[in-house]
Ligand binder design. Sequence first.
Ligand code: SAM
Length: 288
Amino acid sequence: MNSLPKFLHHHNDDIWLTENERENLQISYRIKEVVFAKDSQLQHVMILDSYDFGRMLVLDGVVQTTSIDGYIYNEMISHIPLNFHPNPRRVLIIGGGDCGAAREVTKYEQVETIDLVEIDELVVKACKEYLPEVSGNLSDPRVRFIYQDGVEFVKNLEAQYDVIIVDSSDPIGPAKQLFELSFYQNLHRALKPDGLMVCQSQSPIFHADIMRQTYQRVSQLFPITKLYTAIVPTYPGGLWSFTLGSKIHGYLNGHQPFDKDTRYVNEGILNQCFELPEFVKKIIQPAR
Ligand code: SAM
C-alpha cells in the first residue's frame, strides 16, 4: 500500500482522515481521493475528496471547510455583518484563505474594496485550484490578496475599514493570536468611527470557555456586542458561534429586503439569528 500524507491512515483498504485535536473525541472521514497535499512553511495543507462531505480543506489534520456545508459558515460570517452596517464600502477579511467569505462579500455591489489578509498563500492557491465549490472563481477585481500575518497587518491601522471579518482557523498555531484582546484592540482602531467586526468564536458545546472569553473581550471594546449561531455539520458538535462587535450600529438595516443569491441566509435567518438558546445565553452572561 502506498504511503499516505500525514494525518491520513489506512483501515482495511480504505483511506481515513481522523481529526484528533480533542483528547476524548475523534472524528473520522472516509476519503475517496487525496487531491492535494503539501507542507507550507506554516502548516500541512490538504484538499481531500471525502465520501460524505465532498471536497474538503484540511489544515494540520483539521477540517476547515467542505463543499457540502462550507456555504453555511461562509454566508453567516459575511451576510450578517454586511447587513448590520448600513453602507459597507471597505471590507477586511483576516484569514479566509478558502475564499468562501470573500466570495459572499463580492455579492454587495456597494462594497468598493475587499482586502483578504491570509498568512498562508498555499491555502489560497490550493482552494482556488482544487476547491472551486467553496472558493468560486474569485477573480473579482475588488479583492486584494495580502499574504501576511493578520496580527501584524492591523497593528498600525487607523479608521480604514467599515467591516472586518475574522475568518480564522481554531485558536491553535498561527490563529492563536487572533483571539487575543490586543488583536481586538487593533481591530477597533482599524475600523472607521461607525465600523463593526465579526469573528468566528468556536463551539458553544466544546469550546464554551473560548466563546465566553471572545464575547467578553469584544464587549470590553464595542458598545454593541452580539453573539449569533448556526449549525455547521463538519464542525465539532455542529452548533457554531460568531461574535459581532459594533461601534455605533445596533440593528440590522431593515430598510432594504434581503435579495442576495444565497443557500442558507434569508430574511428570516437575518432577523432571528441573534436569538440564542438558553444555555448559550448563560455562558456569555457576565459573572455575578
Ligand atoms: N471557515 C473555516 C473555519 O471557520 O475554520 C476556515 C477559515 S480559513 C481556512 C482559516 C484561515 O486562517 C487559514 O487559511 C489560515 O491559514 C488562516 N490564518 C491562521 N492564522 C492566521 C493569521 N495569524 N493571519 C492570517 N491568516 C491566518
